[in-house]
Design a protein around this ligand. Structure first.
Ligand code: HAS
Length: 542
């Protein structure tokens, strides 16, 4: 890697981990407050901390890490050097996103944006918070354009070749992000900014929630897809095996692109104002988006098993013992995969209309996303960090750092077990999410929830140790001995030439995404614009 290219990715990664640290402090404190274990000084509020925790960890840590990681992979696989325009776009994106993060964080710390990370109307923040969010989104678009540009130029100079799998997957991820963020950009620019400046008096809550969730569900796949890039492309190389199938990997990403957007209503199943038939259609599409994840599970099992058998493994699970358990680059992401099995099952429960009635707005949902994004995705990102930083800084991971990495991963797993387990259980007992410490005037049920909340807080403290150790490890990695660290990119078992050319006909895939979005959203959204919720004025009349 050239220094300037490495600097771009590293800037993103370091910024991401700074956000993780700040978000972690806010996270552990809000957990202790909720469990009734501490009271906050200086009139700092529970919801203020919860907002800081959600925004910094779920939105900032992820976005910065993902862009830094994908830029590094684009550089590596598309010629080893970034094109000047891509580099410029990458840095401009970084500056805008960093500015947005700083402004948003200041607003939250000043208690001017205590609206949680979903910033649902009619909770109102300072207009500067929404402007900051817009900067974050526009910055990420610039980075996306930088990646598209590199990919397009590569294809121009290699017209007959199939693009590298990593680059293809990064393009799908950023395409999905671009299409999805149009929803959040629309609600921020057209609704929240004018309303928070006082230029208009009211805000249509139903429209804003719908635009938010049009973005909000693909947002979770924006977190997941880079983890899948690691699982598909990087992990086979680390274990010494091969990618099971290039076509299957590409097809699963294309299916994720198609089905991850037109499903936002599964977050709104309990909301009035959306006719059941549209909820039903989007639930069906939600079950479609599960398919590429099942394909991913199949492909991973196939990669592991093929590798194990090539080493002489026998029996159904004999291959397990041939995996490199002592290598943190494998161990951390693998634990993420393992946890994704129950995490994904939880998602399928959420998506089922009747069961959603049981779990919606309870701590179960918080448990679900601490397994998905905060375990499967975060642990994969940690695993990536243990080779990405050495590869970018020209250093080699020492056995001691490797051990510390494994210890950090185990701490994370134990912390999540204590936190996410009780969240799921107490959610089923009815404990609501996003609620400060209360016993509801010593109501017996609410008092019964308290031991679970204390267990969650204990989990939060263990996780905080995990965050601190991760930060220590990152700093320590900068002082490791100089040397070459491989950027692990796997090879496919079968010749990638067999992959259908259709997979890179973007007009077809973008066209299909638009059709699916129109089927799922056009009529209910137009209906919403004309027939507002009671108390709201029509958004438009025609
Ligand atoms: Fe979700 C709520 C449905 C996946 C994140 N989700 C949330 C929220 C977040 C979130 C943040 O339908 C809360 C939003 C808020 O604040 O209100 N979710 C799903 C479904 C899936 C799903 C159907 N979610 C995710 C992922 C996330 C994420 C991924 C982050 C990264 N989710 C919902 C619904 C709600 C929801 C409702 C709304 C709830 C409500 O009422 O508010 C699916 O995509 C899951 C599919 C996954 C699988 C698992 C495949 C397993 C694999 C691993 C293989 C392992 C190997 C290793 C190979 C089918 C790929 C094994 C080795 C051995 C040795 C055994």
């Amino acid at each position: 890697f050239e220094r300037t290219d490495a600097a771009l990715s590293l800037a993103h990664i370091f910024f991401a981990f700074a956000a993780l640290l700040l978000g972690g402090v806010a996270g552990v404190l809000q957990g202790l407050v909720r469990g009734g274990m501490i009271e906050l000084p200086l009139s700092i509020g529970y919801y203020q901390l919860l907002t800081a925790h959600g925004v910094l960890m779920a939105l900032v840590f992820t976005t910065f890490f993902i862009i830094g990681f994908m830029y590094s992979g684009i550089t590596k696989t598309l010629g080893g050097k970034l094109l000047p325009l891509s580099r410029k776009l990458g840095w401009s994106g970084f500056v805008l996103m960093a500015a947005g993060t700083v402004i948003a964080t200041v607003c939250i710390l000043l208690n001017q944006a205590t609206v949680l990370y979903t910033f649902y109307a009619p909770m109102k923040a300072s207009p500067y918070f929404y402007i900051a969010l817009a900067l974050l989104v526009v910055g990420s678009w610039l980075s996306g354009f930088g990646m598209f540009y590199s990919y397009k130029q590569w294809r121009k100079t290699n017209p007959s070749k199939l693009s590298p799998l990593f680059a293809f997957m990064a393009v799908v991820t950023m395409l999905m992000w671009l299409i999805a963020t149009l929803g959040v950009a629309a609600t921020v620019l057209v609704q929240f900014i004018p309303w928070s400046f006082g230029w208009v008096e009211t805000i249509d809550v139903m429209v804003s929630r719908t635009l938010f969730w049009y973005f909000g569900h693909p947002l979770v796949y924006f977190w997941l897809l880079p983890a899948y890039i690691c699982w598909y492309v990087i992990i086979p190389k680390i274990i010494g095996g091969k990618i099971f199938s290039d076509s299957l990997a590409r097809l699963s990403f294309l299916l994720l692109l198609l089905f991850s957007i037109p499903v936002g209503f599964h977050h709104q199943l309990m909301e009035p104002g959306i006719p059941s038939v549209w909820k039903y259609i989007q639930v069906v599409l939600t079950f479609m988006v599960v398919v590429p994840s099942l394909m991913t599970a199949f492909s991973l099992f196939a990669s592991f098993e093929t590798f194990g058998r090539s080493k002489g493994a026998k029996g159904l699970f004999g291959w397990v013992k041939f995996l490199p358990w002592k290598d943190v680059r494998f161990f951390a992401p693998f634990m993420g995969m393992l946890i994704f099995i129950p995490a994904g099952a939880g998602g399928i429960i959420n998506a089922s209309n009747q069961m959603n009635g049981v779990v919606h707005n309870t701590l179960w949902v918080t448990g679900h996303f601490h397994l998905t994004v905060a375990t499967s995705v975060a642990m994969t990102f940690f695993g990536i960090t243990y080779w990405l930083i050495p590869a970018m800084t020209g250093r080699v991971l020492t056995p001691r750092m490797n051990r510390l990495g494994i210890i950090q991963s185990i701490i994370w797993l134990v912390g999540m077990f204590f936190m996410s387990g009780p969240m799921h259980a107490v959610g089923l007992l009815g404990s609501p999410r996003r609620t400060a410490y209360t016993t509801y005037s010593d109501n017996a049920d609410a008092v019964g929830w308290m031991p679970y909340h204390v267990a969650m807080a204990v989990g939060g403290m263990i996780l905080f140790v995990g965050v601190v150790l991760m930060i220590y490890n990152i700093v320590a990695m900068l002082n490791m001995p100089k040397g070459h660290t491989e950027y692990p990119i796997g090879e496919t078992a079968e010749a990638p030439e067999n992959t259908p050319k259709l997979f890179e006909r973007w007009s077809v895939w973008i066209g299909l995404v638009i059709v699916l979005i129109l089927i799922a959203y056009a009529i209910p959204f137009a209906d919403m614009l004309q027939n507002p919720a009671p108390g709201s004025k029509p958004f438009v009349t025609w």
